[in-house]
Write a protein that binds this ligand. Structure first.
Ligand code: SF4
Length: 338
């Protein structure tokens, strides 16, 4: 608690003044001090920031489809899609356009306003990007926002995706720069930042967050959020994932993160990036309804909806609808909430 005692007032004051304006000059000690606040104080500050920028009872719904599964050359230690790990995952080639559009129609009927498509590539070839652009155009025509995650991109590819109408590009920083090399060795943190910069320059909205529960330290979590908050522009979407441990990956068998630390991570993200959508992403299946409710109280206002998240399980749609009814939450832009 030493840091919190030392910086408590400073962090509290800084967090307060940040409600009305966006800051990109956060200091590590301020972020760590927020993490160390008493739980109730932290949630109060996060909920206050949330209410000043969003309808507190509205949650945006995204749906995520894997359009090319497995056989990835990267070595991300958490990922069952890496070709280096022996998992039960079935590899699948790029999905045909009609199947993608069928999935997008179902997602729209279930209340999604954004359709995200993920492909397990280190970096796509230009011909891959052309196929994805057709998907983006088709999904946009259904009235959905579009997001894709395809790995590292060239300038030409980001411009091509922008021209197809792509709204968001997902590219997570995953963790702090220091811890990154323990999780991924096949590309650098700077590679990630460079792709984010290309996406921004092309005028595409950025979806960028991280994963907690990978054995990182408190400081790594603070540094991840610091890195995101001090980008020249905050990512419009900030997914916060709890590691889903998959048998066969190097991170299977780690001790589980305290769920309250996860809630704290959501709350600090909300305070640092008060106008961004903070998304409660992977790991919800293992979370109780009560912990998810605390995440919404901490400022999470977006979820992935649907029974699969790329290759891992996600809560059933019916269960999410029940939880929303119990909490009096509404899905944004969704008419049918039955
Ligand atoms: S996270 Fe993405 S880049 Fe890393 S192994 Fe999985 S599919 Fe490949």
């Amino acid at each position: 608690m030493k840091i919190a005692e030392e910086f408590h007032l400073d962090a509290a004051a800084q967090a307060y003044v940040s409600y009305g304006r966006l800051r990109h000059d956060w200091r590590l000690e301020e972020v760590e001090a927020l993490f160390e606040l008493p739980f109730n104080d932290l949630l109060y500050r996060a909920q206050t920031a949330h209410r000043q920028n969003f309808d507190p009872n509205e949650v945006q719904i995204s749906s995520l489809l894997s359009i090319k599964t497995g056989a990835c050359s990267e070595d991300c230690a958490y990922c069952p899609q890496s070709a280096r790990y022996d998992t039960d995952l079935k590899r699948e080639d790029v999905m045909p356009l009609d199947e993608v559009l069928k999935a997008a129609r179902i997602a729209r009927e279930q209340g999604a306003t954004r359709f995200c498509m993920g492909a397990a590539w280190r970096s796509p070839k230009d011909r891959d990007v052309e196929r994805v652009c057709e998907m983006v155009e088709g999904v946009k025509a259904l009235g959905l926002e579009t997001c894709v995650t395809l790995g590292m991109l060239t300038d030409g590819q980001t411009q091509r995706l922008k021209a197809s109408g792509l709204d968001y590009y997902n590219h997570n920083l995953d963790t702090s720069e220091e811890f990154y090399s323990k999780i991924i060795t096949t590309r650098t943190y700077q590679d990630r930042l460079d792709t984010l910069e290309r996406v921004r320059s092309a005028g595409i909205n950025v979806c960028c967050g991280g994963i907690v529960g990978m054995g990182e330290s408190d400081r790594d979590r603070a540094k991840l959020l610091l890195e995101l908050a001090n980008l020249p522009k905050h990512p419009e979407s900030v997914p916060i994932n709890m590691l889903v441990q998959v048998e066969g990956t190097p991170l299977a068998g780690l001790s589980k993160l305290d769920p309250f630390v996860f809630v704290r991570t959501v709350a600090v993200a909300r305070i640092l990036m008060p106008k961004s959508r903070v998304r409660l992403s992977a790991g919800r299946t293992a979370m109780s309804d009560e912990i998810q409710a605390l995440c919404f109280l901490a400022g999470a206002n977006s979820i992935f909806y649907g029974e699969k998240l790329l290759t891992t399980e996600n809560p059933a749609v019916d269960g999410d609808r029940r939880l929303f009814r119990r909490l009096g939450l509404r899905m944004s832009g969704c008419i049918d909430q039955a």
